[in-house]
Ligand binder design. Structure first.
Ligand SMILES: CC(C)(COP(=O)(O)OP(=O)(O)OC[C@H]1O[C@@H](n2cnc3c(N)ncnc32)[C@H](O)[C@@H]1OP(=O)(O)O)[C@@H](O)C(=O)NCCC(=O)NCCS
Length: 180
């Protein structure tokens, strides 16, 4: 499936391509503060990153680079993967890798743009995610955007050197588009 770029007030979300592979992108994946609650990262090499992006392109994963309109700077990525057309669902993930840009509402803005696209253009019904409970910034972001907790997963995995709980969260098209 080919998919479009999406423009929001301050951001351009561009389908990932090899031109986004950079030392800076690699540095995000090895920044402990960025990847502490992520499944991957911490020991990423440039080859790993190149292979990851290549696989995403080949598999046509819905995966956008998030760039700032004002200067074209690549600050992170957002993706919906996997998607089930049968069930009308998609699994969301986001990474704002440039820590200087945290807390400015960019993740919220990018997510709203992608949710609109998923619900209005792709006709999906439900977008799901999983988040480690200790990842306070992310949990706050998702609640603010209307994601609701559907599952409380006890001692789900090892993060930051300890066993952590996780949440399964979801937002429905009707709630997001019409507040129902
Ligand atoms: C979690 C993450 C996506 C948030 O990105 P962000 O661009 O800083 O988030 P926003 O600025 O859009 O914040 C939106 C809301 O989230 C919460 N939030 C996000 N960052 C926060 C921070 N540093 N301190 C307090 N609240 C924060 C706030 O509720 C904020 O709402 P507000 O603006 O009304 O206060 C980003 O920190 C990140 O990518 N972290 C590393 C990777 C990761 O953990 N991804 C999520 C995996 S589930």
């Amino acid at each position: 499936m080919s998919y479009p770029s999406i423009e929001t007030e301050r951001l351009v979300l561009t389908p990932i391509n090899k031109s986004f592979i950079s030392e800076e992108y690699l540095a995000w994946l090895n920044d402990p503060e960025v990847c502490i609650y992520l499944e991957s990262g911490g020991n990423y090499t440039m080859l790993d990153l190149q292979e990851y992006v290549k696989q995403c392109i080949e598999k046509k994963v819905l995966f956008w680079a998030i760039t700032l309109k004002e200067n074209g700077k690549h600050i992170g990525n957002i993706k919906i993967d996997p998607i089930s057309k049968r069930h009308g669902t998609g699994e969301y993930g986001i990474l704002i890798g440039d820590r200087n840009t945290w807390g400015k509402g960019y993740a919220a803005e990018a997510t709203i743009g992608i949710l609109k696209y998923c619900f209005q253009e792709l006709g999906l019904r439900k977008i799901t995610l999983e988040v480690i409970k200790d990842n306070n910034n992310a949990v706050k972001l998702y609640k603010k955007l209307g994601f609701q907790t559907e599952g409380d997963l006890k001692e789900h995995g090892f993060y930051n050197g300890k066993l952590c709980d996780a949440l399964r969260m979801a937002v429905f098209n009707t709630a997001f588009l019409h507040g129902k």
